[in-house]
Each structure stands twice: as C-alpha cells, then as structure tokens.
Design a protein. Structure first.
Length: 114
C-alpha cells in the first residue's frame, strides 16, 4: 500500500533552517504531483507547497514564498522541503501528501522558538 514517511522536523531558533524529507513507497513515485501541508494547533490546515511530477514549476503559499523550497528526487523516491529564515509562525506539524491518491504521511513536528 501507499506509504509516506516524513522526517527532519525538530526544534530550531528563529532565523534557522531545517530540511524535511518524505520517503514514498507502494506507488510509482515519479508519476504523481506531491505537496507539503502544515497544521498548527487551533489553526486550519494550510497548503505550503506543490511540486509537479516532473519538470514543472513548484507553487508556494505566500506565507513561505522566498523562504521555503520544495524539491523531489524521483530516483530516491523522496520529497524535500528546505525551510530557511524560519519564523515562530512556521511552527506546525508538516505533512507530505499525494493528492491524487489521497495519501498522507504521519507528519513531522517543526517548532520554531528561542
């Protein structure tokens, strides 16, 4: 079955960086668009970034544009989210998804705090 496993979250100071990873299995990784979502306590789920299956241009939420970069390695079946210049408002649980397959990972927690 489809599995998505996120990693790379943690505690970081404001202004710091983290790189999240999401390893996919059980499906043809390169065939599908993928996304990163996040959800903070008491807030609605937010679409952070979308990357097309191959060669297309990623899209970002305005809140992360210029700070976050989504990428993928279709050989390693891994999706990434490079997060720079982190702010306290980036604190959330981050999920990778395959929208077409309605598949979600378990998420990884990112906490930005001094």
């Amino acid at each position: 079955q489809v599995q998505l496993v996120e990693s790379g979250g943690g505690l970081v100071q404001p202004g710091g960086s983290l790189r999240l990873s999401c390893e996919g299995s059980g499906y043809s990784f390169s065939y599908y668009d993928m996304t990163w979502y996040r959800q903070a306590p008491g807030k609605e789920r937010e679409l952070v970034a979308v990357i097309p299956r191959a060669g297309g241009r990623p899209n970002y939420a305005d809140s992360v544009k210029g700070r976050f970069t989504i990428s993928r390695d279709n050989v390693k079946n891994t999706l990434y989210l490079q997060m720079n210049s982190l702010k306290s408002e980036d604190t959330a649980r981050y999920f990778c998804t395959v929208p077409t397959l309605r598949a979600w990972g378990q998420g990884t927690q990112v906490t930005v705090s001094s």
